[in-house]
Design a protein around this ligand. Structure first.
Ligand code: SF4
Ligand code: SF4
Length: 165
């Protein structure tokens, strides 16, 4: 069996999502009364690219229990997603919708459109084949439904612009 991969240098879940503070959690943002962190803010304890969480041993239950879709897939042996799809590599953090009818492709604003490439794009096409719904969301509040028709338009426009060059 393939050895499961781990988070490595990825810290995307310490920036992209809102993290409400539960009992026993560290303070994520000291400037907020509730200590929670908002979408797009770095947790105060994160040292991105320099070891990640600086309070790893003392991190609270929310952080201990959290596993993104990519990390969960590492428990599936042969079904594990490749390293290229880890959020720091692909620039997309996958999140199932509540109710399981689809997937949200969460990105930083500068990575809008990152789902058009590689394994993430193949996953998107697979969702459509199963009639599941896909959404894109960036940390500035930009939201979009990703539909096959929109994907076709992006490819068409890409071809048009390349023809112009
Ligand atoms: S791989 Fe997933 S769980 Fe691990 S740091 Fe990145 S986003 Fe978080
Ligand atoms: S406490 Fe550590 S694991 Fe939790 S959000 Fe902050 S940096 Fe990330």
């Amino acid at each position: 069996m393939t050895k499961p991969l781990d988070c490595g240098d990825c810290s995307m879940c310490c920036k992209i999502p809102n993290i409400p503070r539960a009992e026993g959690d560290v303070i994520f943002n000291p400037d907020r009364e509730d200590g929670a962190k908002l979408e797009g803010e770095w947790c105060q304890h994160c040292r991105p690219g320099k070891g990640g969480c600086s309070v790893y041993e003392d991190r609270g239950p929310t952080c201990r229990e959290y596993k993104c879709v990519w990390l969960q897939s590492q428990d599936r042996g042969e079904g594990a997603m490749p390293l290229s799809m880890r959020p720091d590599k692909s620039k997309v953090m996958l999140q199932p919708t509540k109710g399981g009818y689809g997937m949200i492709f969460r990105v930083l604003p500068e990575n809008w459109g990152a789902w058009q490439k590689g394994g993430v794009k193949r996953l998107l096409l697979g969702l459509w084949e199963k009639d599941l719904v896909a959404f894109a969301a960036d940390t500035n509040g930009r939201r979009a439904a990703l539909t096959p028709a929109a994907q076709e338009m992006v490819l068409k426009i890409t071809d048009e612009l390349e023809d112009e060059a």
